[in-house]
Design a protein around this ligand. Structure first.
Ligand code: NAD
Length: 248
């Protein structure tokens, strides 16, 4: 098994890509802590998995909650080998001149500052052990412009900068930090985006070279590999999981 005996934290693990990652990490032998602000979704997932995961309610924008989460992991599990910073939102679609500051800030708070806060406190624990692997879930929007999604796009560009900086800062500490950049993946988030109507569905579908959406499990496979010892010389990488969508 790829992640046997590893202790792994997955944020935003109650739904979509995060939930598929939780399931795969369990199959690959990891002990999993799931953190999500959605208490019902997290409890449901934990119950589906026979309470084989440690679910903690946590809002990644609240530093106190993130600190408590990491303290709990150290106390209850003794260490942290892998972390997947996956929690994120899309935000309200609008062109820049029509975007409200509050909407901009909410997306940046969750998608960028949330990753920063988790990274900061995960690194503290991993640095004490001089080992660890972290994967930040960015997006194809970390590389390309996405009209009407400036906040999302800026947040994901930011996640890539954060990932690369963290990778360099920790290169001599035995900690690898990478990003995955999913394309259009069939999750509740994508479903909510498509249900907004207009020409959104057509726009998304026309941006997919292979003609189908990705499955959350396909992203989870890349995350698991990056977290595993098989990727022992990979750090600071931005791995697109989009079937060539960002090759255009
Ligand atoms: N689905 C796609 O097409 C796609 C494409 C590229 C990138 N992504 C990225 O993948 C990640 C997961 O997306 P998904 O499609 O699985 O979405 P999703 O909505 O299915 O799941 C996101 C999870 O994050 C949680 N979350 C949101 N805000 C949080 C907060 N403040 N604190 C803790 N948890 C919080 C939600 O409760 C939810 O369980 C996101 O970062 C998203 O930007 C998704």
């Amino acid at each position: 098994m790829m992640l046997e005996n590893k202790v792994a934290l997955i944020t935003g693990g109650a739904s979509g890509i995060g939930a598929a990652t939780v399931r795969l990490f369990r199959q690959e032998g990891a002990g999993v802590i799931v953190a999500d602000c959605d208490a019902d979704g997290g409890e449901q997932l934990a119950s589906d998995l026979g309470h084989d995961v440690d679910f903690r309610v946590c809002d990644v924008t609240d530093e106190e909650q993130v600190v408590q989460l990491l303290q709990h992991i150290v106390t209850a599990h003794g260490r942290l080998d892998c972390a997947v910073n996956n929690a994120g939102i899309v935000g309200e679609p609008a062109s820049i001149e029509r975007m409200f500051l509050a909407d901009w800030q909410r997306v940046l708070d969750i998608n960028l500052s949330g990753v920063f806060l988790c990274l900061k406190h995960e690194l503290e624990v991993m640095q004490a052990a001089n080992s660890g692997a972290i994967v930040n879930v960015a997006s194809g929007a970390a590389l390309m412009a996405v009209p009407n999604m400036a906040a999302y796009c800026a947040s994901k560009h930011g996640v890539l900068g954060l990932t690369r900086t963290a990778a360099m800062e920790n290169a001599r500490r035995g900690i690898r930090i990478n990003a995955v950049l999913p394309g259009s993946i069939a999750t509740p988030m994508l479903q909510r985006t498509l249900s907004r109507g207009g020409d959104v569905e057509q726009l998304v579908e026309s941006s997919i070279p292979c003609g189908r959406f990705g499955r959350p499990e396909e992203v989870a496979q890349s995350i698991a590999w990056l977290c595993s010892d098989r990727a022992s010389y990979v750090s600071g990488e931005a791995l697109s999981v989009d079937y060539a969508a960002t090759c255009r």
